[in-house]
Design a protein around this ligand. Structure first.
Ligand SMILES: *Cc1c(COP(=O)(O)O)cnc(C)c1O
Length: 410
């Protein structure tokens, strides 16, 4: 493989023109779109409008005239198109972590005769903190069963109320077979809560087709909604009327502006709303989603597989002698859009790369994580990133004292 060959691939790439819709600093190779997606023209324009024409000029009337009141559902449906959910099953609200609390609580309330929550032992820790918190609140009525992400179904039996797992593991990038695992869960009478943080917008998710019950996800990663962009939750149609939300907020009331004394849940997905939506950040997300109307998820997935494969092959070709260990499944159909490499000097290597304008990230204890956002990464970026990785290793640039000190955010 040569850089010229990769440049030719870029020239023929059907997604190549999308890069121009993102505002990336010149020269930067951004392999962290899996953690904070880049700013798009769509997001920037939509925020400008929300700021000036809506908040600035039309003020409170914007709730009606600019449809702020329907924003959580409008954005929810737009996300739903990317995760295989028919309209009316996804709503945009709060953070992934809070939404997980809500839906886990709901799942347990639907399975009061059972006590076990199966969790992915190596899931994003925040997800498991939420499960631990629920266990503590339920005081003995709920127990945890942690299983490795390589064998989720082994944790399933007739005691299990709910399985909580990531569709794509945040560290290894392993992609789960959502349909098969959901089916196995249902076969023992358990419900599923899927976390789509690392698959929404980059892996074609098929919630309805998989028979998924409940799901949560994040919109500042591959969806490029902006830092702290509000998250989403999915409740499959069949469960919608059966769930009474744990957070009974006025925005989820059947008639918020009737100001009734007693809570009555709204029909449908809207009952999961709680308080006033963050209109500015939700508007940014709405604008960020526009680009997905112009491209297919299949094209995104195909390019994602090609980018990760190219990176993998180049690392194995050119950096084989430096002691990296692949933590991501080798088969592209078993992984999301990232490559994780283990190395004892992982943190220092990531820092040295950042100083060479290659931005990846580090996940304790020893993982270098590189995310590949197909809408704005080029094949030559992959070449250049590996080139600089080889340079950092060969020159031992990572050994500089400045790279040994951990920053607050890694
Ligand atoms: C990124 C991520 C989150 C983020 O949760 P926040 O509430 O937005 O901080 C949650 N779960 C997983 C698996 C993630 O990768």
């Amino acid at each position: 493989m040569t850089r010229d060959e990769l440049a030719a691939r870029d020239a023929a790439d059907p997604l190549g023109p999308c890069r121009a819709s993102f505002r990336l600093p010149d020269g930067l190779i951004y392999l962290d779109g899996n953690s904070l997606g880049a700013l798009s023209d769509g997001a920037a324009r939509r925020v400008e409008k929300a700021l000036h024409a809506e908040w600035g000029r039309d003020l409170i009337g914007s709730w009606n005239t600019h449809g702020w009141i329907d924003l959580p559902q409008r954005v929810g449906d737009a996300i739903g198109r990317l995760i295989g959910a028919e309209p009316g099953q996804v709503v945009c609200t709060d953070s992934t972590t809070v939404n997980l609390y809500r839906l886990l609580h709901a799942a347990l309330a639907l399975r009061t005769d059972r006590s076990v929550v199966v969790v992915e032992a190596d899931n994003f820790p925040a997800d498991n903190y939420i499960v631990q918190g629920i266990r503590d609140v339920f005081g003995g009525a709920v127990t945890l069963r942690a299983v490795p992400s390589t064998s989720l179904v082994d944790g399933l039996d007739e005691d299990v109320a709910v399985l909580v797992a990531s569709h794509v593991n945040y560290r290894s990038g392993r992609l789960q077979d959502m349909a098969a695992i959901t089916q196995r869960a249902h076969a023992v009478g358990a419900l599923t809560v899927w976390d789509l943080a690392h698959s929404a917008g980059v892996v074609p998710v098929r919630l309805d087709a998989a028979g998924a019950d409940l799901a949560v996800g994040c919109s500042y990663k591959y969806l490029s909604g902006g830092p702290g962009a509000p998250a989403f939750l999915y409740v499959g149609r069949e469960l919608q009327d059966k769930i009474r939300p744990v957070l009974q907020g006025w925005m989820g009331h059947a008639a918020p502006f009737a100001f009734e004394a007693e809570y009555r849940p709204a029909d449908g997905i809207r009952r999961h709303l709680c308080g006033t939506p963050p209109v500015l950040s939700m508007s940014a997300l709405e604008g960020a989603l526009e680009i997905f109307d112009r491209v297919s998820l299949e094209a995104i997935r195909a390019k994602s597989a090609a980018l990760t494969q190219t990176f993998l092959e180049l690392v194995e070709d050119r950096a084989a002698s430096f002691g990296f260990e692949l933590q991501t499944p080798r088969n592209p159909s078993d992984r999301g859009s990232q490559i994780a490499l283990r190395h004892p000097q992982g943190y220092a290597i990531v820092r040295a790369l950042i100083d060479r304008e290659v931005v990846g990230d580090f996940r304790a204890p020893d993982v270098l994580r590189f995310g590949f956002a197909p809408l704005y990464l080029r094949f030559v970026d992959v070449w250049d990133a590996v080139d600089r990785l080889v340079d950092v290793m060969r020159s031992e640039a990572w050994a500089a004292p400045a790279y040994q000190q951990r920053a607050a955010v890694t």
